[in-house]
Design a protein around this ligand. Structure first.
Ligand SMILES: Nc1ncnc2c1ncn2[C@@H]1O[C@H](COP(=O)(O)OP(=O)(O)OP(=O)(O)O)[C@@H](O)[C@H]1O
Length: 405
């Protein structure tokens, strides 16, 4: 039995996914809680973007003890909650409390539900629609099962050090932090939400951006304990220390980039899109993030950055994305000598799969699109001359977000 005395907030986002969260809660979640004799302290529906953070924030300031939130939404609403709580100090009953942890029960009602699908791997597409599948985290909570702590990726977007007012903004991701193609896709897909309500909209936005390259200088930052940046070696099928690590364990990487995306906690961004498959195949023993990069100049047929070269390379970026949908097979893709893509041979890999403590993305001033950054679907813009620094972080004991699994 779940702890009846600890405060329980039940909240859903009525507009996420296909708009059926409320119906699902009324039909399945509340009846199940009643049946299990679990007392609900407060029920809320979010009324607008940003509201979820305020609701949880106020709930924490009002009720003492271990708070549990049953959340019916997608990843975006969880992102709002994490950001609302990570960046401000609580008052009320928690005025003098150093840090608070929040236990979360996920009820997947969003479009992609990356975190849920990574924690509870669907066995088939029909699984996704079944109430029993969607209630797995709730059942774990009712049984009083395990919680797993979320690793967070904390990104600081800063203005150039030379600017009069050196401003910076911090954003926290629980799923994905990206630039390049993925950030452009998310940037554009928001405007397609009404027209294409399902995950098809990501594919439409991908088609519109696939020929774009992004100029940036990147620094890969080592993990804090092992002090290393690792790269996946598909021959040995293990991670190895990156050859280009300097004395501090940092690796400098130069673009242009077609793709640049990192994740924490998840091996997929959609039920079948396993973009960082090693997150679940090789579980990391320390706080780190997995990063996938595609740099067109690794293609042996690359000569110069021209429109023709970008158009021709689009086919290869597509091959990477398609293979990611095939159980994450993009990690095995290589070039043949004549620039074709194969999953055999010993040619250079099409992607670079990195495991590290974080990264810096320093976009080229003149490349406007390289200034976009996506954090769990929310889009930010790096100011001209500025940079983004992303680091994997694990909150101290007794703080952070714990998900019932
Ligand atoms: N009542 C509301 N009205 C309008 N927007 C809302 C409301 N409540 C929350 N939102 C916004 O809805 C957005 C989408 O929510 P969410 O990300 O949870 O679902 P999704 O995008 O459908 O799923 P996923 O992130 O899994 O793809 C969030 O960015 C949030 O700010």
């Amino acid at each position: 039995m779940a702890m009846a005395s600890s405060p329980l907030l039940v909240m859903h986002n009525p507009v996420c996914g296909n708009g059926t969260a409320e119906a699902f809660f009324n039909e399945y979640v509340f009846p199940r809680l009643e049946e299990a004799n679990v007392q609900v302290t407060q029920k809320m529906a979010t009324a607008e973007a940003g509201h979820a953070g305020t609701i949880v924030f106020e709930f924490l300031e009002r009720y003492e003890g271990n708070v549990t939130v049953i959340l019916g939404s997608g990843d975006g609403t969880l992102h709002e909650i994490i950001n609302a709580l990570s960046l401000v100090a609580l008052k009320g009953v928690r005025e003098n409390v150093l840090s608070s942890s929040v236990r979360v029960v996920l009820v997947p009602c969003g479009t992609a539900n990356a975190l849920y699908c990574s924690l509870f791997k669907p066995t088939s597409m029909t699984d996704l629609e079944s109430p029993a599948y969607k209630l797995k985290s709730l059942e774990a909570f009712i049984r009083g099962s395990n919680v797993v702590p979320l690793t967070l990726a904390v990104t600081t977007l800063s203005s150039p050090p030379s600017s009069k007012q050196h401003l910076s903004k911090v954003v926290v991701s629980a799923v994905v932090t990206s630039t390049a193609l993925h950030a452009s896709i998310l940037h554009d897909s928001e405007s397609l939400r009404k027209e294409v309500p399902d995950i098809e909209r990501f594919k439409v936005a991908a088609r519109n951006n696939i020929t774009q390259w992004y100029s940036s200088h990147v620094k890969l930052l080592p993990t804090s304990s092992a002090r290393a940046v690792e790269i996946y070696d598909p021959d040995k099928k293990i991670f190895v220390t990156h050859e280009e690590s300097d004395d501090h364990g940092i690796v400098d990487v130069y673009g242009p980039f077609a793709y640049f995306l990192s994740t924490v906690n998840v091996d997929r961004l959609e039920p079948a899109f396993r973009i960082t498959p090693l997150m679940s195949d090789f579980v990391s023993s320390e706080v780190s993030l997995d990063l996938v990069m595609v740099r067109p100049h690794r293609d042996p047929t690359f000569v110069m950055d021209t429109i023709e070269a970008r158009n021709a390379f689009a086919e290869k970026s597509n091959a990477v994305l398609t293979a990611a949908y095939q159980d994450g097979n993009h990690i095995n893709l290589r070039y043949t000598d004549d620039g074709k893509i194969t999953s055999e041979g010993t040619g250079s890999t099409v992607i670079e799969y990195i495991r590290c403590g974080g990264w810096e993305w320093i976009p080229d001033d003149v490349d406007e699109k390289a200034h976009l950054l996506c954090s769990d679907g929310a889009i930010f813009s790096i100011v001209k001359g500025g940079r983004a620094v992303c680091r994997a972080a694990s909150p101290a004991d007794g703080a952070g977000f714990l998900v019932y699994v």
